[in-house]
Structure formats: C-alpha cells, structure tokens
Design a protein around this ligand. Sequence first.
Ligand code: CTP
Length: 405
Amino acid sequence: MLNNKNILLCVTGGIAVYKAVALVSKLSQAGANVKVVMTDSAKEFVQPLSFQVMSRNDVYFDTFDEKDSRVIAHIDLADWADLVVVAPATANVIGKLANGIADDMVTTILLATEADVWIAPAMNVHMYAHPAVVRNIAQLHEDGYRFIEPSEGFLACGYVGKGRLEEPERITALIGQHFSKTAEQPLKGKKVVITAGPTRERIDPVRYVSNFSSGKMGYAMAAAAQQLGADAVLISGPVDLPVPSGVQVIYVESAAQMYDAVLNEYDDASIVVKSAAVADYRPKLIYDQKMKKKAGDDVLELERTTDILKSLGDRKQQQLLIGFAAETTDVITYGKKKLESKNLDYIIVNDVTDPGGGFGSDTNVVTLLSREGEATPFNAMAKDQLAICLFETIIQQESDKLHDR
Ligand code: CTP
C-alpha cells in the first residue's frame, strides 16, 4: 500500500509517544520507508533506540549533530519526505508551527519541507479546548495543514474527553488512502472547473452587498480535483485563502463576472462544481459617486442576478454538473428540488445550522444527492478530506460513464 513512500515521522513529547512506536511498525509493514525525528521531550517518554529498531533507520533529534558531512540533515530530511506526519503533536509544537518558530530539529524541518504535513494532536482535553490551541489549529488549517483529529475516550491524565492520539492502524489507513487515491489519478486529462467564495455586488465605489462564504469548501474541492489528476480551474470570488498548488485561478468579483468566467471555461469542461455562494440579488443602480447619507431611512432596490448554475444546466452537454445548497430547514427536500430545477447531476447539501459545518468552519457535514435519487451522507470531517471523499464517491457512482465526459 505504501511501497517506496518516504514518511518522516516527527514525534513530540506526550504520553502517546508509545503509540508512535506502533505507528512506525504499521507504516513499515505497509511498505513505507520511515525516518523518525524526536523532540527532547519525546525522548523523555521513549528511547530513540525503540524508533531506530522499528524503522531500521537512524533517529534524529539534534539539529547540530550532522551525521553525514555531505548533506545538511534537517534540509535533507525535509526534501526526502513524501509526507511528514507529526504524531503525537503537542499543544507546544502546534503553537510553534502556527507562529513560524523553528528552535529544534522537528520545527526546523516543518518549516523547511515542501511535502504535505499531517498533524495528529494528542493532549489533555482542556488543553485541546484552550483558546490559544484552538486559534493555532485554525491558523494551521488556513495555512493548508491537514489534521488527524484526536479521538474521544479515557486520557492518561485521568480525564475522559477528546485528546487521544488516533489509533496507529487508522492513521496508517488514512495515509494509505491518500497515496492510493492520488496515485490512481482518476481525473487525469479531465478539466474540472470549480467556483468558490462569495460574490460582491457594488452599491457605490465604497460599498457592496455580499455574504459570509469563506471559500474554504470550494478551495478544498479545487485542491482535491488537482490531487486526483485533473486540470483544475478555480473561479474565485474575493476570499483570503492561498491558491492550492497546481490549480489555475481566475479571480472575479460580481455574479456577472463569475457568469462570464464560468461560461468561458464551460465548453471543454468534464466536471463543473459550483461551490460559490453567488449573490441572488444586486443593487439595481450602481452609483458612480459615494452615496451621501440623508435624513431618515433609505431603501436599496435590488434586482435578480442570473442563476449561473441554472444557465449551465440548460446548456449542459457532456459536462457533469455538481451544485451546492446551504439550507437551514428541510435540507434534503430543498436539495432535491434544486437538483431537478437546475438540471444537475449531483447536489451537495448541507445544513448550515449544524455545529459541525457551515460558512467559515474548517469542517463540514453534508449529504450528496444524485439525479438517480441516491443519498450519501458524510460525517463531520475536515473540508479537505471531505472534498476527496466527495470526488471519490462521485467517480465511483459514475464509474465507466466518466471517460465519455
Ligand atoms: N448559484 C448560481 N448562481 C446564482 C445563485 C446560485 O450558480 N445566481 C448556485 C450556487 O453556486 C450553488 C447553488 O446555485 O451551487 C445554490 O442554489 P440556490 O438555489 O441559488 O441557493 P440559494 O441562493 O440558497 O437559494 P434559495 O434562496 O432558493 O434557497
């Protein structure tokens, strides 16, 4: 499953270090080459020798101990890795990484590597819920790091709650899935167009009408399409997110600009995913000069924007058309209606009142509805993970029909 994959395991100091030994064993059994870097605190729990024996490789912990004079160890390890996994990740290493601190071998490698970095936190339940830790994790999500959420249960400190390092078998399975999905490249040669974020509808040179969409789900869909081999084109409203590597981006502001950009990319697209929260209305009149306030109330007259997704549905040929619907009540019923009225192949519906998802959140809880009437619910999970799962399910359901698109 992991043949010839280079996994760099960064072990930081918590009681769950003993589970990291089992993780090295599982990863090696799955065929991976594993190298281990430890912090000083991690060494207080388990001797480096245990990791050396399990990985059959040297264990690293001192930035200044250069074992091979031909290379600089921390850069060499950072470049060697296909994937870096921090497990267990303490509140301390999460805080350092979120703030760009590199004061030991682990944190220096984390800043030097260009490989994907996965973080598997393990700590006391109250530490995990501390505002500083929550803030740092949110920052790292925003910076593109992937988290393997800790599970709930008995913690070594005596508390029961969220904070246990995910089981080594599960971490190994997730890593295996990651490499097999991206290795298969089921979307190779396909153009996938994704829209993301809000639109802004101008009132005058200094004001606009918009919504709270963060663009995170759309950006995750674009990254997933690219990882699955597609030529991903992301048409983005104004958001504050880094463009996933390998994805072509076209920035737009208004619904009208998004309409033009999407139609421009439509004819040769195989899949179109409309995750953008397009404004349904725009001001009827856009003032050239800043509107001055007057005594008393004012009324802003709005007109409908074009429903981009419906226009795409009306002129659909080979394209697989996927819409999104954010609802607060009767989620499935409204989702089905939109799927039919806009002539979609799939719609991804979510209840934005669910605490596990919605605008701005890093996680989402959705149900995928197909035109054939199939409903596939997904548990709360990180948006980047969810995006891969959604494409996987759609690819599976389309199976042999996808190559005609
Ligand atoms: N959409 C679009 N163009 C619009 C409005 C929405 O392409 N002008 C797309 C969105 O990108 C999304 C889907 O349509 O994929 C959302 O459906 P929609 O019916 O517009 O959702 P709401 O605006 O929430 O509609 P309603 O007020 O009817 O719930």
